[in-house]
Design a protein around this ligand. Structure first.
Ligand code: GLU
Length: 283
């Protein structure tokens, strides 16, 4: 008999940038998002965020998929690659452009003070300059939301971030645009990801609403830092995951999320136990 499809009331996703294989830090995010989906009898999607071409490492997407499979994390639909979805970003951009909320910007990075974009090109480009990037006119007002891990959040995006870039000078669609388009297209209801993206959430809520979609709930898990307090990342050479001992690898990620795992000796015992513990903490 065919297995019933997981409920559509919960759709989650893991959206790695394939700039290298998963490491201890990104595994924590993968595990948290996987457990949250399983704990809510939801679907779990895999999205390869490979539009930021200079950072993409050839073959890293396949490597990540093999790692997830070796750790028994299985996605419920075929993965999607952002590099194959450029026309959807173009369409969303056009929709915003037609609403009059996109403008070309000639500012170079060196020209801009640190902090929010001061709106230099908002009312038109200076004579003799051409657009280098395209910004979105951020609507005024505060955005408030409740993060399932970090609690109540509020940000005045117009004041604190300013109009942000949707298309870069080199033609690349930015993460902020692509992630919003894809979360809406995949009907993502729950986003679980690293705390470094908590600060992007208010921007994404505004953009999602501007595109006529419903923002997902979020849960941002704390980042794993190295002994010097830096975010563990591919850039600072986080060690490779040990897939010859999948249980131990999963248990370290599980402990890093602040959970206990005493008495768990097999993968078969780990999954139901961790799913149930997660559900208790994040019902
Ligand atoms: N692609 C991003 C990363 O690997 C994650 C984006 C997201 O989850 O919204 O850090």
């Amino acid at each position: 008999m065919a297995q019933a499809l997981p409920s559509a009331a919960y759709t989650g996703r893991f959206a790695p940038t394939p700039s290298g294989p998963l490491h201890a830090g990104s595994l924590i995010t993968a595990l948290a998002s996987y457990l949250d989906a399983r704990a809510h009898q939801g679907r779990w999607h895999l999205r390869i965020e490979d539009i930021d071409t200079p950072r993409v490492v050839h073959g890293a997407d396949q490597h990540i998929m093999q790692q997830l499979q070796a750790l028994e994390m299985r996605w419920d639909a075929p993965p999607i690659w952002q590099s194959r979805r450029l026309r959807h970003y173009q369409a969303a951009f056009k929709q915003l452009e037609q609403a009059g909320s996109i403008y070309g910007c000639a500012c170079t990075r060196a020209q801009l003070p640190p902090g929010p974009y001061p709106g230099i090109c908002r009312d038109g480009l200076a004579a003799g300059t051409g657009p280098r990037a395209w910004r979105w006119r951020v609507p005024a007002g505060r955005v408030s939301f409740e993060d399932r891990w970090a609690g109540p959040q509020t940000q005045d995006v117009a004041q604190e971030v300013g109009d942000f870039i949707l298309r870069r000078a080199d033609g690349v669609w930015t993460y902020q645009l692509a992630v919003v388009v894809d979360d809406a297209a995949q009907h993502i209801t729950h986003i679980v990801r690293g705390a470094d993206l908590l600060d992007s959430t208010a921007r994404q809520i505004l953009l999602t609403q501007a595109l006529g979609a419903l923002p997902a709930l979020t849960l941002h898990v704390p980042l794993l830092c190295d002994t010097q307090g830096y975010k563990l990342s591919k850039q600072n050479h986080a060690p490779a995951l040990d897939l010859t001992h999948p249980l131990e690898t999963l248990l370290s990620a599980w402990r890093a999320l602040g959970f206990d795992a005493s008495g768990i000796n097999t993968l078969e015992a780990f999954w139901p136990y961790a799913t149930q513990q997660w559900h208790q903490r994040f019902p």
